[in-house]
Design a protein around this ligand. Sequence first.
Ligand code: G1P
Length: 194
Amino acid sequence: SVPKGLADAIAHAEPFVGGEPFVVSLGDSLIRSMNPGGVLPRLIDTHVREGAAATILFETVAPEDVIRYGIAKPAGDPGQEFAVADLIEKPSVEDAPSTLAVAGRYVFAPTVFDYIRRTQPGRGGEIQITDTMRLMLQDGLPVWGVRMGEGERRLDIGNYRSYFRAFLEMALIDPDFGEEFGEFARARLDQDAE
Ligand code: G1P
């Protein structure tokens, strides 16, 4: 079978998930959080409290970066948590309804699988989970957003530039190797400076 997009990949989890709500964590996004337990407990709390069909983690990005992400149109003035009115996958800078970007963490109700089956190929010819959630919104199902807070950073390992930065940052704080690696990195840079 051929990969058909993120929603198609998620559809393969249906037998594993059964009838339960579940979390999707994209492997090319690391979320560094100073909060105990990280961001997922907040995402799950909101999902349960709001009886949402889908709950998404959002990061505010620079206006020129909206072209890389799923972007939300919030229902009102967005607080730490907000109802999503609409979503658009990788819009142009002009078409972006906000700078709130999908940050690679989702909670879904199992009904998402019915909506994935109804999702037509979209951006890049791929079956996009962003479009699946859009179908949910059109049916009046609640979709919620949770914003990344203070002390939370997203590290993207989906391109070389950000991957190298993420690797360095995570290596430096590693409890086992961080200190030694820091010395190595410093010595290496000093050597280059000579
Ligand atoms: C995917 C999603 C996009 C999301 C991004 C987060 O895009 O389609 O909505 O903002 O992950 O990393 P991809 O990175 O696969 O192009």
